[in-house]
Design a protein around this ligand. Structure first.
Ligand code: ADP
Ligand code: MG
Length: 491
């Protein structure tokens, strides 16, 4: 029977027709199963779901245990160790009577949508008559297959469009060096690391473009791919029994770049494969470039021997951006887009959006799109209006507790006094300032703020906000102190 029908529909159907209890039970189970899978899919994302989970089929229920089947031992082990706990929890949430999801090899009630994508890896053309390599693939075929492995490079990500400043100059210099002289002593592997949106992928693509440009002089084959894709292709190769071809394709390149290596944490089989590829290439004098969100030594969960080898070449850190770099990047992007943005607006953006370059770029693009659409000039006001959600999201990062701490420090009172009922001016005034700043710098409502200040009423907060506002106008020295606090909090 099919288990893919909509759950509530199947339930009503079951009652109306008064079918046997057994059928109703199976249908209820199917409904739960569908919801569990949907949840999991949302949690892990489409790609991961397709790779590992799509072939799960529902077995049976025995007491408080549900059985889920997977077609191979490899998949079973993987799903058990990586998703077993989540499956248990999700199913328990659907039906508290279920305490355990047992994952086994086999076929269940329904396939629930077979994984066609993984089951069908890129078909390699059969060789016909031409000289054949040991693996059974001609050189051109191997190149074709290799091209399928790589991802096309983003045209925007070149060295020319990369803005260099203190936080990234070292990483930039290393990347340039590798592009000019791959596999030179001391630069292999090149390990780039840093937080999200700081330019790791940009630099790797830039290396790819540069190598491409020099190809006529120094022919080199280059593969760039994300660690996720590496894993995906590796698994596909295992399942189609073409791992030898996969390995050969990878090991025949001159430069291999793998992005976001942290993705391999906890994925031991893929890590192992990467480790062997890595060794084979480095031993053959080929260049490896890897990126991750942390330094090799901080990437816990990576096999020790892999971590050690990753740290053997050049390790370059992309630091968080500075205000100066953010301004330069914004200026460069505005020029590239051929729009005129007032310096005041750029300064405002560079001040407010500090987390990463991607968001900064996104904000500017939105402003530009808006300006083009409405044919209006970009002013500080339109900026605030158009970006209010982004700006608010950034404000939210300042917490009430932080505000209380900074204000208490500034006036040298105890943090506990923020919530105490003491009314002495020396305590009450700073408390009011903290409430005022909480209103200005966070998106919390007045009652919420009141609660965090010793369960005070929202009218007390309102009064504090008004009072501090008044004082700022009347007393310049006081105003300056509040302004200073605000700037410190905004970082
Ligand atoms: P990461 O891979 O580190 O998460 P990306 O390389 O994807 O970050 O960068 C995010 C976005 O910010 C990209 O559009 C990239 O072009 C841009 N970017 C990052 N750093 C710079 C820089 N120094 N100069 C110009 N653009 C940058
Ligand atoms: Mg990236």
């Amino acid at each position: 029977m099919s288990v893919t029908a909509n759950s509530s529909a199947t339930e009503t159907q079951a009652h109306r027709d008064n079918v046997s209890d057994e059928a109703a039970r199976v249908q209820r189970l199917a409904g739960q199963w569908n919801r569990v899978r949907e949840r999991l899919q949302v949690e892990v994302g489409e790609a991961e779901y397709r790779t590992w989970l799509r072939q799960m089929t529902l077995g049976n229920v025995d007491g408080d245990e549900v059985t889920v089947h997977l077609p191979t031992r490899f998949l079973r082990d993987w799903v058990r160790s990586h998703y077993g706990d989540r499956l248990n929890a999700l199913w328990h949430g659907e039906d508290p009577a279920i305490r355990r999801v047992d994952i086994r090899v086999g076929r269940g009630l329904s396939t629930g949508g077979l994984a066609e994508s993984l089951a069908a890896p890129p078909a390699l053309p059969k060789s016909a008559g031409a000289p054949v390599q040991p693996s059974g693939m001609r050189a051109e075929e191997r190149m074709e297959a290799r091209d399928q492995l790589a991802v096309t490079l983003e045209p925007r990500f070149t060295f020319q469009s990369f803005v260099v400043g203190k936080p990234n100059e070292f990483a930039y210099a290393c990347a340039r060096r590798v592009a000019e002289k791959p596999a030179s002593q001391g630069f292999n592997p090149l390990f780039l690391y840093g937080g999200v949106g700081l330019g790791k992928t940009h630099l790797m693509h830039a290396i790819g473009w540069e190598l491409d440009e020099r190809r006529s002089r120094h022919p080199a084959s280059v593969i760039y791919m994300s660690a996720e894709r590496f894993m995906y292709r590796f698994i596909a190769a295992i399942r189609s029994q073409s791992t030898i071809e996969f390995k050969e394709q990878l090991r025949s390149v001159d430069v291999l770049m793998v992005d976001d290596l942290q993705f391999l944490i906890g994925k031991d089989n893929t890590q192992e494969e990467f480790f062997h590829t890595f060794n084979a290439l480095v031993d053959a004098g080929k260049q490896i470039v890897v990126s991750a969100d942390k330094s090799p030594s901080d990437l816990s969960g990576l096999e020790d021997r892999l971590r050690t080898r990753l740290g053997c070449g050049m390790v370059a850190d992309l630091h968080a951006t500075t205000y100066e770099l953010r301004i330069s990047i914004l200026e460069a992007k505005a020029v590239a887009a051929a729009v005129n943005v007032a310096p005041k607006v750029l300064e405002f953006l560079a001040q407010r959006i500090v987390s990463n370059v991607r968001e900064l770029e996104g904000a500017l693009n939105r402003l530009i799109a808006h300006a083009n659409l409405f044919g209006r000039e970009i002013t500080l006001e339109t900026t605030q209006e158009v970006l209010h959600d982004i700006l608010r999201a950034h404000d939210r990062r300042i917490t009430i507790e932080e505000i209380q701490r900074k204000v208490a420090e500034h006036w040298n009172i105890r943090l506990t006094d923020m919530a105490s009922s003491r009314r002495a001016r020396a305590v009450a005034r700073p408390r009011q300032v903290a409430m005022y700043l909480a209103k200005q710098l966070t998106s919390r409502s007045l009652p919420e703020i009141g609660r965090r200040f010793g369960n005070r009423d929202h009218t007390t907060v309102m009064h504090a906000v008004a009072r501090v506002g008044e004082l700022i106008e009347r007393d310049a020295a006081f105003g300056e102190q509040v302004e200073l606090l605000r700037r410190m909090l905004e970082g």
